[in-house]
Each structure stands twice: as structure tokens, then as C-alpha cells.
Design a protein around this ligand. Structure first.
Ligand code: ATP
Length: 371
């Protein structure tokens, strides 16, 4: 492991793995006055070192080696901000075993990692989900077949009816998958932040994913598609910003609050807090159908490193989700309540501040700078 030369942190360091939304997280951390640390693989070292807001870089051979740094990180005042790569590269066990101070509640991971439990969570919160089918013979409408562990929509299959399933998807019996009613509509991904310090929910931003080739089929007239064996695929290529019709915004806000509220019953006692995303499809009847929940910062927020129209309503300064996380950590430190925003596995340095779980503490709300 090599360290980039830099000053020794005098305060807290915000650290994350160098991928996914690390640049956003570390830029936000710097803007809020933290020391910043990127843990990277050799291939990424030059990129992350090239940014002035990255104070320190630690190079490890593979992202899976990250837990080996635990001892070293725990000697310092380091707080980890997780993103999608933590779940992708570390096993759930490794993830949970680490005691380095961690922003968020790891108990939520059990509910998020399992599609059936996600379904229970979201339906308990009163949100609508696409109908699920267990057998090909039950299929009475177009469905999407989703492989477990597929990332970014890779390998998903659109199936029209039971015969179509037998012809194209029966080879999948060896693998784990779910079959869902295909909801025709606009995929809208809503990025939220829930503050355990203020008890308030904020909509930070939104995006729609751009997927190949399904989003390109409309470029070829239907008549020309005839006789051409094209099936839609759902591989994520990028994200586009979207703003929601304002008449739908109240429902989007309510959905976020319901998910947070329900999470407290499922993962007592603190439930979900920090950044999360509801992945929905909005139908022509303006109904939201939920595909999934991500219980942390999502890559779609990278569109808004400079803030979004929604974050601008709460803050008169650029406020990305990454920066909002750092603001929460700063507010927690200033109000002596770091415990409230860290997972309970977090081993805090001896002189770190403490607060009591569940207690509301006086901190500035959205829009009010912490200093
Ligand atoms: P990620 O983990 O990156 O969010 P994923 O592999 O979990 O992706 P999903 O988010 O479940 O994949 O879905 C990928 C895409 O598949 C969606 O953006 C959407 O276009 C399509 N899709 C998923 N479920 C449905 C559904 N029930 N009806 C219509 N389209 C769907």
C-alpha cells in the first residue's frame, strides 16, 4: 500500500473506495471542510490523485482487499461513506464485520439485498409494485425476467406470453430469477436524503436511465422493425436528468417518507437514514410502480455534483448528495451526535462525540449552513 504525500489530517477524514460516486462524495466532503481519502486500485491511482479535493490516496491491489485496511483506518478519525461498489466488491459478511465508522445503518442491507424482502418492505410502505409471477403458466401479460445478481439491467429478458417464455427463457431454469409484470412507462429514479438529525426528508435530485437498446427502438419506425429479430435489452448506458411534473411531486415525497417510516419497524430501531433511491416506472395513468430501492447514494446522483433544481430549493449553494452526506456528518459533529448518523458497528476514536440513539438534537435544517 502506498500513500500519496499529503498533510496529516487534523480533523475527521471522509474516506471511500475510488469508484461509483467517489468523486462526488469526496468533493462534497472537501467543500464541507473534511480531509479526504480515496482508496483505489493501481489502475485508478492517477485519476483520483489528479483532483485537488482528494487529499490522500491509499492504493490496494483489489477493491476486495479493502477490509485489510481496517486496523490502519481505525487508528485515525476516519468515517467511511459507502456507495454501490461497497456492496459489489465486499461480501455482506466482510461489510458488516468492519468496525471503521460507517455512515448509514448496515441493518438495512439485509432488507435491501434480497428482492423478496425488498418487496415486503415496499409493499408494507403502501407502494405499488409490478405483479410477480412464479411459473411460466401463470403469465397472462408481458413480463420482464430478471436474473439475480445481474447488474445494470444486463441479461434481462422481455417475454410476451407463456409460449414466448418457453421458446426464449426456459434455459434459465438453472439460474435464479424473478418474473415481473412489464410496466410500460417512464423509468424515474428519485434520489432522497433523510436526516436523522432533523427528522426531515429531502428530494435531492432525479434521473431517468438511458438503456440500450430499449431506449433506441423508437428511432426505427415500427414498419422497418418488422421481420427483424430485435428483442429489447436493458443495459444501462447512462443517466439523464429529469424533473417530475410538479403534480406528482407530493406523491414522490410521500413515498420516500413511507419507506423511511416502515424501515424503522423492519430494522429497529433506527431504520433507513442518509441517501437512498426509489427506482420507479411512471405509467400513463401517472401511477408509480416501484422496481427497487437502493439504500445508499446511487450513481445517478453524479449528474448533480453541482446541485439539482430540487436541491437548489433547499440550499442556496451547490448541494450534491455527496456534499449533503458530508453536511450531515458535520452537523452531527457540531451537535455532539455522531452516533446518530453512524452504524452501530462503528468503533469511534476515544475522543469522538456521542449522542443518544433516537434523540432529536438541535442542528440546522435544510437550507441553513452549519457554520
Ligand atoms: P441496478 O442495480 O443498476 O439498479 P438492476 O440490474 O437491479 O439495476 P433494475 O433496476 O431492476 O435492474 O432494472 C433495470 C431496467 O429494467 C429498468 O431501468 C427498467 O428499464 C427495466 N425494468 C425493470 N423492471 C421492470 C418492470 N417491471 N417493467 C418494465 N421495465 C422494467
Amino acid at each position: 500500500m502506498r500513500h500519496k504525500a499529503g498533510h496529516v489530517p487534523s480533523l475527521y477524514t471522509i474516506a471511500t473506495l475510488g469508484s461509483h460516486s467517489a468523486l462526488q462524495i469526496l468533493k462534497g466532503a472537501k467543500d464541507e471542510g473534511f480531509h479526504t481519502l480515496a482508496v483505489v486500485t493501481p489502475a485508478n491511482e492517477r485519476l483520483y490523485s489528479s483532483f485537488a479535493f482528494v487529499d490522500e490516496v491509499i492504493v490496494i491491489p483489489h477493491y476486495g482487499d479493502f477490509p485489510k485496511l481496517e486496523k490502519e483506518l481505525n487508528k485515525r478519525k476516519v468515517i467511511l461513506v459507502p456507495h454501490g461498489s461497497f456492496v459489489a466488491y465486499l461480501s455482506m459478511e466482510q461489510h458488516k464485520r468492519m468496525t471503521t465508522p460507517y455512515f448509514g445503518n448496515k441493518a438495512v442491507l439485509d432488507w435491501e439485498a434480497d428482492r423478496m424482502r425488498q418487496r415486503e418492505w415496499l409493499t408494507k410502505a403502501g407502494l405499488k409494485m409490478p405483479r410477480q409471477f412464479t411459473k411460466a403458466s401463470e403469465i397472462d401479460r408481458p413480463v420482464i425476467v430478471k436474473l439475480y445478481g445481474a447488474l445494470g439491467g444486463k441479461g434481462y429478458l422481455f417475454v410476451k406470453n407463456p409460449e414466448d417464455f418457453t421458446a426464449r427463457a426456459s434455459h434459465l431454469v438453472e439460474q435464479r430469477y424473478i418474473m415481473q409484470e412489464y410496466v410500460l412507462g417512464v423509468p424515474v429514479y428519485i434520489h432522497y436524503f433523510y436526516s436523522p438529525l432533523t427528522g426531515k426528508l429531502e428530494i435531492m435530485s432525479m434521473d431517468r436511465r438511458y438503456e440500450s437498446n430499449v431506449d433506441s427502438l423508437g428511432r426505427i419506425p415500427l414498419a422497418d422493425q418488422e421481420g427483424w429479430d430485435i428483442s429489447p435489452s436493458y443495459v444501462v448506458i447512462g443517466n439523464q436528468p429529469i424533473s417530475l411534473r410538479e403534480s406528482l411531486l407530493a406523491e414522490a415525497f410521500d413515498m420516500g417518507e413511507a419507506v423511511v417510516r416502515t424501515s424503522r419497524q423492519l430494522c429497529p430501531d433506527r431504520g433507513l437514514f442518509g441517501a437512498f433511491c426509489l427506482e420507479s416506472i411512471v405509467t400513463p395513468e401517472s401511477e408509480f410502480f416501484l422496481m427497487e430501492i437502493s439504500a445508499r447514494i446511487v450513481a445517478g446522483t453524479n449528474l448533480f455534483i453541482d446541485g439539482s433544481p430540487y436541491s437548489y430549493l433547499n440550499y442556496d449553494e451547490p448541494m450534491s448528495t455527496g456534499r449533503r452526506i458530508a453536511r450531515e456528518l458535520k452537523n452531527a459533529l457540531l451537535s455532539n451526535s455522531l452516533d446518530l448518523v453512524l452504524d452501530q458497528s462503528s468503533r469511534l476514536p476515544a475522543d469522538a462525540s456521542s449522542g443518544k440513539n433516537g434523540e432529536t438534537v438541535a442542528v440546522p435544517g435544510p437550507g441553513v449552513p452549519a457554520n
